[in-house]
Design a protein around this ligand. Structure first.
Ligand code: NAD
Length: 292
């Protein structure tokens, strides 16, 4: 078994991005500027946004973190989005999800100007991705594609099983793996909460993408010998050996599955850092595409 080391690759990508930014600035360009809107005080969301802001600094980007209380009204939030849409100093921005339950997520996603939608969630960008047109790929699936590509995993002809059908991971992952390109060209089975006999599908998979949100959900008896396993899950579980009493773990029973597969992502240090690197790539692309 070999690790698909997302942490290492994301550092390489950040160095490459930083070099591009330096060259752009040396040619008289402005640094890319990513803004993030964070609503409420969910500790996981705070941590994710914190990682993104830190990565911006390392890559030579400007960043702005805009924090508001969880009781913000939908119209106030939509006004903030519109302001960022019109702010020429901002190249791209994200609204950290999940939002409080009184906010209509989809209305917020659709309010973001597609040319600044570096999360790739706007229907226009989702449609462009589905058609294979140039666009911002959603950061997590986009990062997984880069992780496979840069590790020399040839996916053409593979039978891939994607577990999950969310708009941010499972659905775009299915689209990207089945596209006519390398990586891609997979025959994809997409499984979800209503799938009957999940194991019968995963056992046939050359590539498993687990995006379920349940700790250690994919067990060794569900995995074919030699499969490639990508674990998207980030779950906080109890661990009395840690000072905090908790630790992060994935959707895959790593210790036992690792013995059977050829390649596997660790959690943490696999998909998470690739998500951040892809967000930076998208923001740099927004900067370079901008005439401002
Ligand atoms: P989600 O809750 O929106 O989707 C989970 C999916 O799992 C659903 O589509 C559901 O149909 C499927 N599912 C649930 N129970 C199932 C079962 N018994 N059998 C088969 N499928 C089942 O979650 P999400 O936003 O897609 O995220 C999934 C996980 O990935 C979470 O742990 C999340 O924290 C993590 N995540 C990580 C990153 C990263 O950068 N590493 C990014 C996004 C999400």
């Amino acid at each position: 078994m070999k690790l698909l080391d997302g942490k290492k690759l994301s550092l390489e990508l950040q160095t490459e991005i930083a070099a591009e930014v330096e060259a752009h600035v040396a040619n008289g360009g402005r640094k890319p500027h990513l803004a993030a809107i964070l609503i409420g005080d969910d500790p996981a969301s705070k941590a994710y946004v914190g990682h993104k802001v830190k990565a911006c600094a390392k890559a030579g980007f400007e960043s702005s973190l805009i924090e508001r209380e969880g009781d913000i009204s939908q119209s106030e939030l939509l006004d903030m989005v519109r302001e960022l849409n019109e702010d020429d100093s901002i190249d791209g921005f994200i609204v950290q999800l999940p939002l409080p339950s009184h906010i209509d997520n989809q209305a917020v996603i659709e309010a973001v100007k597609p040319s600044k939608d570096v999360d790739g969630f706007h229907p226009e960008n989702v449609g462009r991705m589905a058609l294979g047109l140039p666009t911002f790929l959603p950061a997590t699936p986009g990062g997984i594609m880069t992780l496979l590509e840069r590790n020399g995993v040839k996916t053409t002809g593979m039978h891939a099983v994607v577990i999950g059908r969310s708009d941010i991971v499972g659905n775009p992952m299915t689209t990207l793996l089945s596209r006519n390109a390398e990586p891609g060209n997979c025959t994809v089975t997409q499984c979800h909460s209503r799938t009957v006999d999940l194991k019968s599908h995963t056992l046939k998979a050359d590539l498993i993408i687990a995006a379920v949100g349940k700790p250690h959900f994919v067990t060794a008896d569900m995995v074919k010998e030699g499969a490639v396993v990508v674990d998207v899950g980030i779950n906080s579980i109890e661990d009395s050996s840690r000072k905090s009493g908790r630790r992060l773990t994935g959707d895959v029973d790593f210790d036992n599955v690792a013995e059977k597969c050829s390649l596997i992502t660790p959690v943490p240090g696999g998909v998470g850092p690739m998500t951040i690197a892809t967000l930076l790539q998208n923001t740099l692309r927004a900067r370079l595409a901008s005439k401002r």
